[in-house]
Design a protein around this ligand. Structure first.
Ligand SMILES: *[C@@H]1O[C@H](CO)[C@@H](O)[C@H](O)[C@H]1NC(C)=O
Ligand SMILES: *[C@@H]1O[C@H](CO)[C@@H](O)[C@H](O)[C@H]1NC(C)=O
Length: 307
């Protein structure tokens, strides 16, 4: 157990039958880890960052494998294709690469076209031939997995892109302190979520696709897609927030990654607690609804598992 003390908030968390503790740690990296993602079946965890190669973690055996360093600069994001062992990585080297976790010794495909650092990518949840990526110039590119060139180029995403889960009607894209939502089919912007005073570092959807959370250094905001309004807000109170993920089993709980600690925020009751977690910034979080597992990736070069 890693509770920092039995404050009233902790007691309430316990009364709800809730527990959250570290169940595993890998330290296979020689550089900062900045991204991680679970495969749809929860059996694989992929992570990457400054080391320029992706690390694939078999969640049953806890054995790891690595891809070769085919990216020439740091990897910024890593995402599995839905219901697949295939995954893709985006990099400062302006490319996206496609891999197969079952045969990770070479990349299947390299996607070029971006004229700046590729900062993020995501696969569409239903049209699994479709993925998109965004770069440091705010350009969003849509790609067909089997083709070499992008099928559509638009603007409006810089730090991160994430498709709405389930039907994938919308794409959320963070650029500076604004989160934009675009209709995937028409490319029309449906929402411009404004309120952050600092740059948005990461965004995450809840599993229903009805809510979106956005994180900047000083606060987290949760938005209702129906109303387009911010419905919950939490100030970081000095801890530098950077990443977030909705808890896989408790839908009213948001897990937030900050500098060295995780913040567990019960949005319904507006109560939060701090869990010491890493020795550096927690740059990314992932979760698996299948296994109930949460993963945290940190600048301290490690990835940890929580349940
Ligand atoms: C992935 O598999 C799940 C469960 O079998 C299924 O419900 C879902 O539609 C699949 N998704 C895609 C994109 O094929
Ligand atoms: C949530 O709690 C924080 C601090 O505990 C407080 O500053 C904030 O106003 C509360 N928000 C709401 C919506 O009650």
């Amino acid at each position: 157990m890693v509770w920092s003390g039995l404050t009233p908030t902790v007691v309430e968390f316990f009364l709800l039958g809730f527990s959250f503790s570290e169940v595993g740690c890998i330290r296979t990296s020689s550089g900062k880890v900045v991204c991680c993602h679970f495969s749809s079946d929860g059996k694989l965890l992929a992570s990457a960052g400054h080391e320029k190669k992706a690390v694939l973690w078999n969640m049953d055996t806890l054995q790891t494998e690595s891809t070769p360093e085919e990216h020439t600069l740091i990897i910024t994001d890593i995402r599995f294709r839905p219901n697949s062992t295939q995954l893709a990585t985006s990099s400062f080297d302006r490319t996206v690469r496609l891999w197969n976790a079952a045969e990770p010794s070479y990349s299947l495909h390299k996607y070029t076209g971006h004229s700046s650092h590729v900062m993020s990518l995501d696969f569409h949840p239903k049209k699994t031939d479709l993925f998109c990526s965004c770069d440091g110039n705010g350009e969003i590119r849509y790609w067909s997995v089997g083709q070499y060139s992008s099928t559509r180029v638009t603007k409006g995403g810089m730090a991160q892109v994430r498709f709405q889960p389930r039907i994938g009607q919308l794409l959320a894209a963070a650029a500076d302190n604004i989160v934009s939502l675009f209709d995937v089919d028409s490319d029309r912007q449906t929402h411009s979520l404004q309120g952050h005073s600092k740059e948005v570092n990461s965004i995450c959807w809840d599993t229903s696709g009805d809510y979106l959370a956005s994180v900047s250094q000083d606060c987290v905001r949760v938005w209702s897609i129906n109303s387009g309004e911010c419905i919950h807000e939490l100030s970081s109170n000095g801890n530098k927030f950077h990443s977030c993920v909705f808890h896989p089993s408790y839908s009213t709980l948001l897990v937030i990654g900050g500098y060295q600690s995780l913040e567990l925020w019960n949005m319904a009751e507006n109560k939060s607690m701090t869990v010491p977690a890493h020795e550096g910034l927690i740059a990314a979080l992932a979760q698996s609804p299948v296994t109930g597992m949460v993963a945290s990736a940190s600048h301290d070069k490690s990835v940890k598992l929580w349940k």
